[in-house]
Design a protein around this ligand. Structure first.
Ligand code: ARG
Length: 570
C-alpha cells in the first residue's frame, strides 16, 4: 500500500495531532486552536500551551477537571499514537512537552532530501500579492531609504514566491506631480532644441533638479511658466510629454543600474500610470459619501486623527494620497491581488494607516486585520552613519555609476561578499529598528554576517566535493541515523525550515529567516566538529556527508529566497 503522505511543517503536523486531542478533551470548546511552539531544549522539542487558557474558560462551569494541570494531563492522554512523537510530559500548570522521535526526524530529512525542499514550502492563504517596493522619485537621488526598501521588498517577494504566492513586484516611482512643470520648463530653457538633448547633457539629474528649483523659487515669471507647463503636461501636449519621458528615462537608467547590481527584478508602474483612473475612483468614494469639503480641499475624515486624508488639493490637483487610493483600487479590482504590501520607511506609517482606514470605510477591505484582502505597511527604520546621524551617502556612491566600475574589476567573489554583506546587514535586524551602516561590521567573518554564512556554506560544499561522491546518489543511499545529540539538533533544525518561512511571511519579517540561517550555520559547525567519524564511530563519514547535503539543500533554497549572493561564491 502507498505510504500516507503527511503534509505540512513539523509544527503544522503537531497542530493536527493536538487538534484531535483537544476535540476529545474538551468537546464543547469547538473553536480552540492548538497553541504549539518550539520550546527550550531542556524541556523537549515543542510545547502545547492550551491548558491554562482552557481552564479559565471551563472552570466553575461544572467541569470535571480540578485545575489546569489535569487539563494538560488529559490533552496528553488523548493524543492519538503517532510515529512522530517519542515521549510527552507535563510541566508546570499543564504545559505538554513533546520530544519528537529521532527516527522520525531522520526519516523526514531523508524524504526532504529526495523530494527537494520546495515540497516543504508553507501553504499561505493568499494566491496573489502586490509587493510595492523601492519606488524612488524621478529626478531626485535614490537615497539609502530606497535602497533599504529595495532589499527588504525583494526579500519579502522571494519568500512569498517560494511559498507559491504569485507576486506582482511593483516599482511605484514618483514620476508625476507639480515638480515636473519646473523640470520641463528648465529643460526647455537649457536646451531649446529638444531633439538634441542627450543624457550627458543633463548629466547629474539631482543637480539639474536643484538648479531648476532655485530658478523656480527666485523668478516669478519662470514660476508661472512652470505652473502652465504642469497643465500642458497633464493635458497631454506632445512637446511636454516628450520632455517628461526624457527626464524619466534618464532617471530610470540610474536606478536600473542599482537593480542590476543587486540582482533585483521589479516592474515599474509609477504614479503617472494611475492618473487616468483617479477621477473615477474619487467619484466612487464620493458616491459612498466618504468625501467632504474642508478649507477648499476635498478630504476623507479619519476617525482618531486630528487632520483628514486630503485627496484633492485646494488648487484642484491630485496628490500622493489620491494616487495611492487609486493604485489600491486598481490592484484589488484590475489585478485581483489579495495582499498589498508597501515597503517604505516608518515615517510614512500614518499615510498608510489613513489609506487603509479609508479603504475599509469604502468597503474595499474587510474591517478585521486578519482577513483578506489586506493592506500591510512594512515600515523600516533609518540607516545611520557611524556618527549616529542619518546616513548621507548617495546610492550611486555605494554602487558606482556603472562606468566607474568595469565588470572585470568586480571579481565575482568580491561582488558576492560585498553585496551579500550589504543585503544581509540590512535584513538581519528587526526592520523597525534603525541600523548603522558599518562596512567593518558587515564584513566580520566571526559575527552574524553574510561572510560567516558564506564561509559555513563553502565548507559544506568542500566536504561534498572532497568525498568525490555523486550528490544525487548519496541522497538516496542508506538510512540516516541521528546518533549524536548534535546530529539530532541539526536534523531538527533542518526540518523547521518550513515553519520559519511561514512565520517570516506571515509577519513580513525577513530577520526571522536570517536568524534561522545563522543558527543553521552554528548547528552545522557544532555537528561538524563533534561528529567526525573517528570521534563518533556510530555516525560514520557517509552519514556526515548526507547531513551535509541536507544542510546544503536548505542553504540553497534559503539562498533563492534570501539573497543570491550570500551563498553565491561556491
Ligand atoms: N516615492 C515614495 C517615496 O520616495 C515611495 C512610494 C511608496 N509606495 C507607495 N505606493 N506610496 O517616498
Amino acid at each position: 500500500a502507498a505510504e500516507e503522505e503527511v503534509v505540512g511543517s513539523v509544527k503544522g503536523q503537531l497542530v493536527q495531532l493536538f487538534e484531535a486531542s483537544l476535540r476529545i478533551t474538551v468537546p464543547d470548546q469547538t473553536n480552540t486552536e492548538p497553541l504549539i511552539a518550539a520550546c527550550n531544549p531542556r524541556f523537549g522539542d515543542y510545547q502545547c500551551n492550551n491548558a491554562m487558557s482552557l481552564w479559565t474558560k471551563i472552570k466553575g462551569k461544572g467541569s470535571a477537571f480540578k485545575g489546569p494541570q489535569p487539563v494538560g494531563q488529559a490533552i496528553m492522554t488523548n493524543l492519538l499514537p503517532s510515529e512522530m512523537i517519542d515521549t510527552c510530559s507535563i510541566a508546570g500548570p499543564g504545559f505538554v512537552n513533546v520530544i519528537l522521535s529521532t527516527q522520525w526526524i531522520a526519516k523526514s530529512i531523508q524524504k526532504m532530501l529526495i523530494k527537494g525542499i520546495e515540497t516543504w514550502s508553507p501553504k499561505l492563504r493568499v494566491k496573489r500579492a502586490v509587493v510595492d517596493f523601492s519606488s524612488p522619485n524621478i529626478a531626485k537621488e535614490m537615497h539609502v531609504g530606497h535602497l533599504r526598501s529595495t532589499i527588504i521588498g525583494d526579500t519579502l517577494a522571494r519568500m512569498l514566491e517560494f511559498s507559491n504566492v504569485e507576486v506582482l513586484r511593483r516599482n511605484h516611482v514618483g514620476d508625476w506631480g507639480t515638480q515636473f512643470g519646473m523640470l520641463i520648463e528648465y529643460l526647455f530653457e537649457k536646451f531649446p532644441n529638444m531633439e538634441v538633448v542627450s543624457d550627458q547633457a543633463i548629466g547629474d539629474l539631482e543637480a539639474f533638479y536643484k538648479a531648476s528649483k532655485q530658478r523656480f523659487d527666485s523668478d516669478p515669471v519662470f514660476k508661472e511658466r512652470a505652473q502652465h507647463a504642469v497643465v500642458s503636461l497633464q493635458g497631454g501636449e506632445e512637446r511636454y510629454r516628450k520632455a517628461w519621458s526624457k527626464i524619466c528615462e534618464i532617471s530610470r537608467q540610474g536606478y536600473e543600474r542599482v537593480y542590476e547590481r543587486l540582482g533585483i527584478g521589479l516592474e515599474e508602474k509609477g504614479e503617472s500610470f494611475y492618473n487616468l483612473y483617479i477621477p473615477g475612483v474619487l467619484e466612487e468614494l464620493n458616491q459612498k459619501g466618504l468625501i467632504e469639503e474642508s478649507e477648499g480641499a476635498r478630504v476623507i475624515k479619519i476617525e482618531g486623527k486630528s487632520y483628514p486624508f486630503i485627496v484633492v488639493k485646494s488648487d484642484g490637483g491630485f496628490n500622493y494620497a489620491s494616487t495611492d487610493l487609486t493604485a489600491l483600487w486598481y490592484r484589488l479590482n484590475e489585478e485581483k491581488a489579495e495582499w498589498m504590501i508597501y515597503v517604505t520607511d516608518v515615517g510614512q506609517r500614518e499615510h498608510f494607516e489613513m489609506l487603509c482606514t479609508a479603504a475599509k470605510r469604502a468597503g474595499w477591505l474587510p474591517p478585521a486585520d486578519n482577513s483578506y484582502p489586506k493592506a500591510s505597511h512594512v515600515g523600516f527604520g533609518l540607516v545611520l552613519g557611524e556618527d549616529g546621524k542619518r546616513f548621507q551617502t548617495r546610492t550611486s556612491h555605494l554602487f558606482g555609476k556603472g562606468d566607474e566600475w568595469t565588470e572585470e574589476e568586480l571579481e565575482q567573489t568580491a561582488e558576492a561578499v560585498g553585496y551579500g554583506a550589504v543585503k544581509y546587514a540590512d535584513l538581519k535586524n528587526n526592520r523597525l529598528t534603525n541600523y548603522t551602516f558599518n562596512f567593518d561590521q558587515m564584513l566580520n567573518d566571526k559575527g552574524n554576517t553574510a561572510v560567516y554564512l558564506l564561509y559555513a556554506h563553502a565548507r559544506i560544499c568542500s566536504i561534498i566535493r572532497k568525498s568525490g561522491k555523486d550528490m544525487e546518489e548519496l541522497k538516496k543511499t542508506g538510512t540516516l541515523v541521528l546518533a549524536h545529540s548534535d546530529e539530532r539538533a541539526l536534523g531538527l533544525h533542518l526540518l523547521q525550515f518550513a515553519e520559519i518561512v511561514e512565520e517570516a511571511c506571515t509577519n513580513l519579517l525577513p530577520n526571522v529567516l536570517c536568524e534561522y540561517l545563522y543558527n543553521l550555520s552554528e548547528d552545522f559547525t557544532r555537528f561538524y566538529s563533534n561528529c567526525q567519524s573517528d570521534q563518533n564511530p556510530s555516525a560514520g563519514f557517509a552519514f556526515s556527508l548526507r547531513v551535509s547535503i541536507a544542510t546544503e539543500s536548505a542553504a540553497v533554497v534559503a539562498e533563492n529566497i534570501l539573497v543570491d549572493s550570500v551563498y553565491g561564491i561556491c
